[in-house]
Design a protein around this ligand. Structure first.
Ligand SMILES: *Cc1c(COP(=O)(O)O)cnc(C)c1O
Length: 404
């Protein structure tokens, strides 16, 4: 028997390397730790707390619904689903929506919908989903195969077939693979989140749309991390004008902290998903719908997204100046809107820990990046406070003699 460690004594699966910190309370961008310290939260529950903590409108919506009705199942009509779906369609390319409880489930629905579309259109051999190196699509058996990262598949049996991974940004490899007779769809994050905040150039999304049209295959966007205003547009691909998908997976920010995901699709795709082909016991329950509709009340308000774009510019400019002052700590600033990546010079986990010491919470990502995912409601003053804390944290890692 190995010696007992703190983790092996825990009744929780040891799947996470957790920071030694818990919280008692949240308000807006602020969290109060059980250590009594106040933390400026740019981790945002990994891009989930789109409107910060305890947003009054969300609290009110959840409380009011909790007193009326929690759950009835999808055996019955759920008016909140029709309302939220209609609003999502109105704000996007989509005609129909399937509600889930998480991002991975939204992706599973997207993948099933793509295959089923071809099946219904007389091409059942079209099952392959093309994905890209560095992608992250979730932790189910299907979505780890889609993400293609060996470290997430090791020890979990055979990789689910029907996923083909391509290098990031290799147009020739893509064109060749996409022309294959068994291809169903291309699946891509407009900005890779977990992969290290790597934006796909906007003209490439337009190119993907054209390629899919030419070949009769479907385009699926994974906007689980980039959607619902995170990049300053309702969905990130809307930065690229006409590059609309056939299917889109949303989650994280859509529930503002309540577990909620959605698969959006065109009528042509959704009509293949006839009664009995898919389901979810909890998906779209009245509690989730009340909160999802309340999130949209705020995000779809006139000028809300304009303000997000303005704040993103302010944040980016301030971060560039921190990078210029500490080039031995921060190598690069990247991202889109309030999905911000700082490429670290030393280990990204060391930078995350140094920032935490200075009361700023952030999230590590691939490619040695530290993510800042503040609530979309962060104020200019709070951005300045975040940057000051970042500077203080960076200074502790810098080896420069600042007095020289
Ligand atoms: C977080 C994430 C997922 C998985 O979402 P879960 O809710 O954890 O299942 C899928 N795709 C992307 C891009 C994500 O960021």
């Amino acid at each position: 028997m190995p010696a007992a460690t703190a983790e092996s004594a825990s009744p929780i699966y040891p799947t996470y390397n957790r920071a030694p910190l818990s919280f008692d309370k949240g308000e807006g961008v602020w969290l109060t730790g059980s250590d009594g310290k106040r933390y400026l939260d740019c981790a945002g529950g990994v891009a989930v707390n789109s409107l910060g903590h305890a947003h009054p409108h969300l609290v009110e919506a959840l409380k009011a619904q909790a007193e009326k009705l929690w759950h009835v199942s999808n055996l019955f009509e759920i008016p909140g689903q029709k309302r939220l779906a209609a609003r999502l369609c109105e704000a996007s390319f989509a005609d129909r929506v399937f509600f889930t409880n998480s991002g991975a489930e939204a992706l599973e629905c997207a993948i099933k919908s793509a295959r089923r579309y071809h099946y219904a259109n007389g091409a059942p051999e079209r099952i392959d989903i093309l994905t890209f190196e560095g992608a992250f699509h979730g932790r189910t058996l299907g979505t780890i195969a889609a993400g293609g990262q060996a470290k997430y598949m090791e020890g979990f049996g055979p990789k689910a077939p029907g996923f083909v991974q391509l290098p990031f940004g290799d147009h020739d490899a893509l064109r060749e693979a996409a022309g294959g007779p068994t291809v169903a769809a291309i699946l891509i994050e407009p900005v890779q989140g977990e992969g290290g905040v790597r934006p796909v150039p906007l003209p490439c999304l337009t190119g993907l749309r054209e390629l899919c049209d030419e070949l009769g295959i479907l385009l699926i966007y994974d906007e689980v991390q980039t959607g619902i205003g995170r990049t300053g547009r309702f969905f990130a691909h809307q930065n690229a004008g006409g590059a609309e998908p056939d299917i889109l997976a949303s989650a994280k920010g859509i529930g503002g902290g309540f577990p909620l995901g959605a698969c959006l699709a065109t009528e042509a795709v959704a009509s293949a998903m006839v009664a009995g082909t898919h389901g979810s016991t909890y998906g779209g329950n009245p509690l989730a719908m009340a909160v999802g509709n309340a999130v949209l009340d705020v995000v779809l308000e006139e000028d809300f997204l304009v303000a997000v774009r303005d704040k993103a510019i302010l944040f980016k400019q301030a971060l560039e100046s921190v990078k210029d002052r500490f080039p031995d700590v921060i190598a690069d600033i990247r991202g889109s809107g309030l999905l911000i990546g700082l490429k670290a010079v030393g280990a990204n986990t060391e930078l995350v820990a140094a920032l935490r010491e200075h009361g700023l919470l952030s999230v590590p990502a691939g490619d040695n990046v530290v993510r800042l995912l503040p609530p979309l409601t962060i104020t200019a003053e709070e951005i300045r406070e975040a940057v000051q804390r970042l500077e203080a944290g960076a200074a502790t890692l810098s080896r420069q003699d600042r007095n020289a």
